[in-house]
Write a protein that binds this ligand. Structure first.
Ligand code: NAD
Length: 489
């Protein structure tokens, strides 16, 4: 990442106290288009000073501003407006997201951006139904559990679903009356900056929403996790980063929510609807270039149907159209960075040594400047190899045969992760047995990535801490206070 200042390129600044501003150091870094490796924009490089300015602005807005004092209905009206403006700017946001993250424009247009708007529309409705408890002791004693905001919330997000995941945190955070500081991933700062213009347009009071761009460790991200005026951190990213944030946040006892890495599984039994299992497993493995925490990045297939299933799988994978993210026909775009491409290629080499590559794993000759990789399928890899245990976060799928339920449950549960798994079978009792025995925060039966925003979302084991979605998000972004009345008879 470079830090020189360039003339005439787009400049993405911090958004602090309702104003866009360059960093206190004057330093910048580049955000790069993964499809061309050309600079899209220079970005203000946040420092501990910038985080301090943002924390003070957010604290002031929390302590003395109107936002926490408004009725929930008034706050939700602003949230709804933000959702409406996101939809109105869908094309611009989708293009920016695809340029910055390398993802197909069809996914940004039909997936990421509408979902970002829906995050606001959903919480604008849902937050108004949030309940508070009342405990009566006889006729003259009442204990009220009143919900209050937390204060200033730090939100730290990854690059794979930039606006989608940022808004998934911002909407419930604001609904509960908090103020916040977003530290977007350094690889994808573009749509966050456009989003700041949207909150201005929607009339969100100054200081309620702030952005500081920059790096994680030793940068703006780490400074945010240590700042004494920040009450909580909601983080989505790698498991190792979660551990570092937990250690840093311990000094000021921050409330924490973590959505971390995954090594999802698709488990296909011989009695399943094999056509559906096949096409969904392909989508699960390669959607968003395989850069999804919920990716079905291991495919277990019952031995009776394994050879035929693998043959059909390879045919289907070969048909995936890899190419320019801005082409509407593209199904798989570019990996986020050269470094990430090389990391994924390292795993491919490992896979070739220990197992058998059936298709893919090559760069795109026609687009040599971008971080493109064709989708790959491997067999003959031990389930406990690094390839099958670690999160590759790229388009590389190992297929592993199994003989029994017990065997596949053990293999699925063998990784440190526990985010998601899909079970494919027409035997409901078997599906039930698996769904109870898999150590995973989400189990899909005969489907993948089917989401309901009221339902809890999050991982077991090293995949996370806490849950997001519906009341689970509202619970995280609020705290209860018990107020007791003792009336006179
Ligand atoms: P990352 O952990 O490298 O970075 C995520 C964010 O954390 C970035 O904004 C980064 O700047 C910041 N950061 C890094 N080090 C930090 C530190 N020491 N202190 C504070 N902030 C720090 O993750 P990534 O590479 O951007 O994203 C990919 C990872 O995210 C994968 O592991 C993926 O599975 C995970 N993910 C999980 C979910 C989920 O819901 N469970 C969703 C999407 C992505």
């Amino acid at each position: 990442m470079k830090t020189e200042v360039r003339a005439k390129t787009l400049q993405l600044n911090h958004f602090i106290g309702g104003e866009f501003s360059a960093g206190s150091s004057g330093q910048t870094f580049d955000t790069i288009n993964p499809a061309t490796n050309e600079v899209i924009a220079t970005v203000a490089l946040g420092t501990a000073d910038d985080i301090d300015r943002a924390a003070k602005a957010a604290r002031k807005a929390f302590e003395t501003g109107p936002w926490p004092r408004m009725s929930i209905r008034e706050r939700c009206d602003v949230l709804r407006k933000i959702g409406d403006i996101i939809l109105a700017k869908r094309e611009v946001l989708a293009r920016a997201e695809s340029m910055d993250a390398g993802k197909p424009i069809s996914e940004s247009l039909e997936g990421d951006i509408p979902r970002s708007a829906y995050n606001f529309h959903f919480f604008a409705d849902y937050a108004q139904s949030v309940h508070e408890d009342l405990f009566s002791v006889g006729e003259y004693e009442r204990h009220m559990a009143v919900r209050e905001p937390l204060g200033v919330c730090g939100l730290i997000t990854p690059w794979n679903l930039p606006l989608y995941l940022a808004t998934w945190k911002i909407a419930p955070c604001l609904a509960m009356g908090n103020t916040c500081i977003l530290k977007p991933a350094e690889w994808t700062p573009y749509t966050a900056t456009l989003f700041a213009e949207i909150v201005q347009e929607a009339g969100l009071p100054k200081g309620v929403f702030n952005i500081v761009h920059g790096l994680g460790a030793n940068g703006a991200g780490e400074a945010l996790t240590r700042h004494p005026l920040v009450d909580s951190i909601s983080f989505t990213g790698e498991t190792s980063t979660g551990k570092a944030i937990m250690a840093a946040g311990a000094q000021t006892l921050k409330k924490l929510s973590f959505e971390l890495g995954g090594k999802g599984a698709n488990i296909v039994f011989a009695d399943a609807d094999l056509e559906d299992a096949l096409s969904t497993s392909v989508r699960a493995a390669f959607r968003n270039q395989g850069e999804i925490c919920l990716a079905g990045s291991r495919l277990f297939v019952e031995d009776k149907v394994y050879p035929d299933f693998v043959e059909r799988l390879v045919e289907k994978v070969k048909q995936i159209k890899v190419g320019d993210p801005l082409d509407p026909k593209t199904q798989m775009g570019a990996l986020i960075s050269k470094e990430h491409l090389q990391k994924v290629e390292g795993y491919l080499e490992m896979g070739k040594k220990e197992g058998k590559l059936l298709t893919g794993g090559t760069r795109l000759a026609e687009l040599p400047n971008g971080n493109f990789l064709t989708p790959s399928v491997f067999t003959d890899l031990p389930f406990n190899s690094r390839f099958c245990q670690e999160e590759i976060f790229g388009p590389a799928l190992p297929v592993i045969p199994f003989k029994s339920e017990e065997e596949v449950i053990n293999m699925t549960n063998s990784t440190p992760y526990g985010l998601s798994a899909s079970v494919w079978s027409t035997d409901v009792d078997r599906c039930h047995r698996l769904s109870t025995k898999l150590r995973s925060g989400l189990v899909w039966v005969n489907c993948w990535f089917v989401r309901e925003l009221r339902a809890p979302f999050g991982g077991q084991k090293s995949s996370g801490l806490g849950r997001e979605g519906g009341r689970y998000s509202l619970d995280f972004f609020s705290q209860t206070k018990t107020i007791t009345y003792k009336y006179k008879k």
